[in-house]
Design a protein around this ligand. Structure first.
Ligand SMILES: [Zn+2]
Length: 148
């Protein structure tokens, strides 16, 4: 079995030039899940923004969101959406929801058997997939999900 869920050669997600998402990627590389939280109203949000969606404050920080994370939606993909995927497949993409963190949702892959049964609402846990530099993409860490 490969060390990574999907083959190498896919574009690497990297922080934007403004550095807004940098704390998320640094935490992921360190094996920690964080999301944005407002220091004024304590609201959670994802994806990252300079301003709080709840109270319009600019006083945002990063913190580990409370669990549990549950599968909100999913898709089993059989066809490559990128040349690097070639004959690879199927694989499962999931949207997870953190209900206790204002219902923020994140996207990733569901690790394990790509033919597994997937049930909406199943509790999942983050898995930090460290991917080496490859094909011009820098070393990076993906936040994936596995049934917990
Ligand atoms: Zn706020």
């Amino acid at each position: 079995m490969s060390e990574t869920y999907l083959p190498m050669g896919l574009p690497a997600p990297v922080p934007g030039r403004d550095g807004l998402e940098l704390p998320f990627w640094e935490a992921a590389a360190d094996g920690r899940l964080v999301a944005q939280r407002c220091t004024v109203c304590e609201g959670w949000q994802w994806g990252p923004e300079w301003m709080c969606h709840h109270c319009y404050s600019f006083e945002m920080t990063w913190a580990p969101p409370p669990g549990p994370a549950r599968i909100f939606s999913w898709e089993r993909s059989y066809y490559p959406v990128h040349p690097a995927l070639g004959e690879h497949g199927p694989y499962i993409a999931v949207v997870i929801e953190l209900a206790d963190a204002d219902g923020i949702r994140m996207v990733g892959n569901l690790l394990g058997d790509p033919d597994q049964d997937v049930v909406i609402g199943t509790e999942v846990a983050p898995v930090f997939e460290h991917r080496p530099a490859s094909d011009g993409a820098p070393e990076h860490t993906l936040v994936q999900w596995a049934v917990s």
